[in-house]
Design a protein. Structure first.
Length: 609
C-alpha cells in the first residue's frame, strides 16, 4: 500500500468526526408514488378490490343486526312458526359466510398484487441506485464512506419496500373505511353517529402530534444506522492497521458509543409508539362507552332497536380500528419516508463528468496522448498539476517519476477521465477527451495498479469481469502469456477455484499476475502501470518481469514507479516536481543532466547498498 493511501486510511479510521447527511428538500412521498406510474392497471385493480372489501366489511354488521331485529328480538305474529325464524337465521348465517369467503378471495388477490408489484418496484429502485452510483465521479467516492452507500442500497431500500407492498393501499383502505363507516352510521341514526364522533377531534390532535415527533425520530434512526454501518465498513477494511497500532480497545469503545447512540434513538422510537398507541386505544374505549351508554338509553326508550345498537357497537370498534392502524402505518410511513429521503439524496447526486451530446467516435484508438498546458486541482484552486504539457506517441513507453504528491497518479486519473481538468486540453489521437464518451476512452485503456482488487467468485470471473465476449480459451491464453498459469494450474480446481474477497489466500505477486491476465484479456491499446511492480515477491518476480514485457509489447505504455530500476528502458522518463514537469529524457540523458532524476537515482542506489 502506498504511503498516501495508508495516510488516507488512517485518517478515515481514526477520525472522530461523523459525516453529516445532506437534508432532502423535495417531497419524498410524492416522488415514491411516482414509481407506481408503470403499474397504473395494478393500482386501479387494487383500488377496486379495496372498495369491494370495504363494502363487504361494512355489510357484515348489518347482516347480524338485521338478523337480531327480524328473527330474534323482533315482533312476530302469533301464528308465525319458530321454524321460519330459524330458517331466517340460517339464511343470514349463509350470507355472512358468503361475505367472509368473498373477503378471503379479494384480500388474497389484493395481497398477491401488492407484494408482486412492491418487489418489482424495489428491484427497479435497487438497480437504479447501483447504476446511478456507477455513473458518479470518483470525487464522490473520495468523499463518501462505503458504509453510507451500502446502507442506502440495502437497509434504506428495504425500509421503502413496506410502503409499496403494504402501507399505501392500507392507508387508502383505512381512509375509505373510515369515511364509509361515518356515512353509514349517519344514515342509520344521525344522533348516535354524532355521539360516536365526539372523540374524533382528540384522535386527530394526537395523530398530528405523533406525526411530527415520529418524522424527526425516524430521521435520527436512519442517520445513526448509516453512521454505524460506515464505522463497521471502514474498520473491518482497516483491521490490520488497527491491530498494528494496538487500537482494539479504543475502537471497541468507539463502536460501543455509536451502538449506544443507535440504541437511544431506537428507544426513543419505541417510547413514542408506547405513548401514542395506548392513548389511541383509550380514546377508542371512551368512544365505545359513550356509544353503549347512549345506545342503551335509546333501546330503553324505544328510539333504536337492539340490532341497530349492535351495528353501532361493531362500527365504533371498527371505526377506531382503522384509525389505530393508520397511526401504526404512519409510523412505518415516516420510517419509509426517512429512508426514501436518504435514497433520493443519493439519486440526486450529480456526476461531475458528463459525456457530450454528440461525441466524436474514433474507429480505432491508436494511443497517441497529448497534454496541452493542463492545470488540475481536486479542491478549487489548490492545483496538483500546473501547466503540464507532453506528448506520448503510439507504442511509446513513458514513465513518470517524482516524490510523493508530485502529481504522477493524477496524470493517470486524468487520462481515463475520472476527473476533469480546470484548464488546458488532453487529447487522444488528436481528439479532446471531453468530446469522447467515457466508455470509448476507458475501453481503450488497461490499468494495472499497485493494490489489485480481487472479487469474490472464481479465477475465471476475476479475469473475465462478466464480459461474455472473453471465452475460457482466451482466459487461459492470457494467463499463459503473463505466466499466471503457473500458479493457477496448481490450484485444486484450476480456473474454477473459488476466490475469497480481495483474494486474501493469494500472495501479492499472484494477485498482480491475475491483474495482468485480466488486462491482457481485454486487449487495451493504452496500458497504464501504476506502481505495478511495487508488491513483487521473490517467487513471482521473474514471472512478473516477463509478463510486463509481453503486456507492453505494441501498446502505448505509461508507467509510474518509485523503483527507478524498473523504468530504465522507457523511451521517455518525465520527472515531476510539485505539479510541474522539471525534466524529461531517457535514463542515460537524465543522468547526464545531473538534475532531480540523478539525485533520486543515486539516493535509491545508496539505500539499496
Amino acid at each position: 500500500m502506498s504511503s498516501d493511501k495508508k495516510k488516507g486510511l488512517l485518517a478515515r479510521i481514526f477520525a472522530s468526526d461523523e459525516n453529516s447527511d445532506v437534508q432532502y428538500e423535495g417531497n419524498a412521498l410524492l416522488r415514491m408514488i411516482s414509481y407506481l406510474k408503470p403499474y397504473k392497471g395494478v393500482c386501479v385493480a387494487c383500488v377496486f378490490l379495496v372498495l369491494v372489501t370495504t363494502v363487504l366489511e361494512l355489510y357484515k354488521p348489518i347482516l347480524i343486526g338485521n338478523a337480531i331485529d327480524f328473527f330474534i328480538t323482533g315482533d312476530f305474529a302469533p301464528g308465525e312458526m319458530v321454524r321460519e325464524r330459524f330458517t331466517g337465521v340460517l339464511i343470514a348465517a349463509a350470507k355472512y359466510m358468503a361475505v367472509l369467503l368473498a373477503l378471503f378471495i379479494f384480500n388474497r388477490r389484493q395481497y398477491i398484487l401488492l407484494q408482486t408489484t412492491g418487489q418489482k418496484i424495489i428491484y427497479e429502485m435497487r438497480n437504479q441506485l447501483f447504476t446511478h452510483m456507477e455513473s458518479l465521479s470518483m470525487r464522490f467516492f473520495d468523499l463518501t464512506p462505503v458504509g453510507k452507500i451500502v446502507t442506502r442500497i440495502t437497509n434504506d431500500v428495504e425500509s421503502v419496500n413496506e410502503l409499496y407492498s403494504n402501507i399505501l393501499v392500507r392507508l387508502f383502505k383505512n381512509s375509505v373505511k373510515i369515511i364509509g363507516l361515518a356515512v353509514v352510521m349517519l344514515l342509520l341514526n344521525w344522533k348516535m353517529a354524532l355521539f360516536s364522533f365526539i372523540m374524533v377531534p382528540f384522535m386527530t390532535v394526537l395523530t398530528v402530534i405523533f406525526r411530527k415527533i415520529a418524522h424527526t425520530t425516524f430521521q435520527m434512526t436512519r442517520t445513526k444506522i448509516t453512521a454505524l454501518n460506515t464505522f463497521l465498513s471502514e474498520n473491518i477494511s482497516g483491521m490490520k492497521i488497527i491491530q498494528i497500532f494496538h487500537k482494539e480497545k479504543e475502537k471497541h469503545q468507539e463502536f460501543c458509543d455509536r451502538s449506544e447512540e443507535l440504541y437511544r434513538v431506537n428507544y426513543r422510537e419505541i417510547l413514542v409508539n408506547a405513548i401514542f398507541r395506548p392513548s389511541i386505544y383509550m380514546v377508542s374505549v371512551i368512544a365505545l362507552i359513550i356509544v353503549i351508554a347512549s345506545g342503551s338509553y335509546g333501546v330503553f326508550h324505544g328510539t333504536i332497536t337492539i340490532g341497530t345498537m349492535y351495528i353501532f357497537i361493531q362500527y365504533i370498534q371498527t371505526f377506531f380500528e382503522p384509525i389505530q392502524e393508520l397511526a401504526d402505518q404512519l409510523a412505518t410511513l415516516q420510517s419509509a419516508i426517512a429512508a426514501a429521503e436518504k435514497i433520493f439524496t443519493l439519486l440526486d447526486e450529480k456526476p461531475l463528468i458528463h459525456d457530450p451530446e454528440h461525441p466524436v467516435v474514433l474507429p480505432q484508438i491508436k494511443g497517441r496522448i497529448e497534454f496541452k498546458h493542463v492545470w488540475f486541482a481536486y479542491n478549487e484552486e489548490d492545483y496538483v498539476l500546473k501547466d503540464v504539457s507532453f506528448t506520448i506517441e503510439p507504442g511509446q513507453k513513458v514513465a513518470f517519476v517524482g516524490a510523493t504528491g508530485a502529481g504522477k497518479s493524477s496524470i493517470l486519473n486524468l487520462i481515463g477521465r475520472y476527473y476533469d481538468i480546470q484548464k488546458g486540453e488532453i487529447l487522444i489521437d488528436g481528439v479532446n477527451i471531453q468530446d469522447m464518451t467515457r466508455d470509448q476512452i476507458r475501453g481503450a485503456i488497461g490499468q494495472v495498479q499497485q493494490d489489485v482488487f480481487i472479487f469474490t467468485g472464481d479465477i475465471k470471473s476475476n479475469i473475465r469481469l462478466r464480459n461474455d465476449d472473453i471465452s475460457n480459451k482466451a482466459i487461459r491464453e492470457a494467463s499463459r502469456q503473463v505466466n499466471a498459469n503457473h500458479f493457477i494450474e496448481r490450484l485444486p480446481n484450476g480456473y474454477d477455484e473459488k476466490v475469497s474477497e480481495r483474494g486474501s489466500t493469494f500472495s501479492a505477486g499472484q494477485r498482480q499476475l491475475l491483474s495482468f491476465a485480466r488486462t491482457l484479456a481485454f486487449d487495451p491499446t493504452i496500458l497504464i502501470l501504476d506502481e505495478a511492480t511495487a508488491n513483487i515477491d521473490t517467487e513471482t518476480e521473474q514471472w512478473i518481469q516477463d509478463a510486463l514485457e509481453k503486456l507492453m509489447a505494441g501498446r502505448t505504455t505509461i508507467m509510474v514507479a518509485h523503483r527507478l530500476s524498473t523504468i530504465q528502458h522507457a523511451d521517455n522518463i518525465i520527472v515531476m516536481h510539485h505539479g510541474r514537469i522539471r525534466e524529461s529524457g531517457t535514463h542515460q540523458e537524465l543522468l547526464e543532466k545531473g538534475g532531480i532524476y540523478k539525485k533520486l537515482y543515486e539516493l535509491q542506489k545508496s539505500e539499496q547498498a
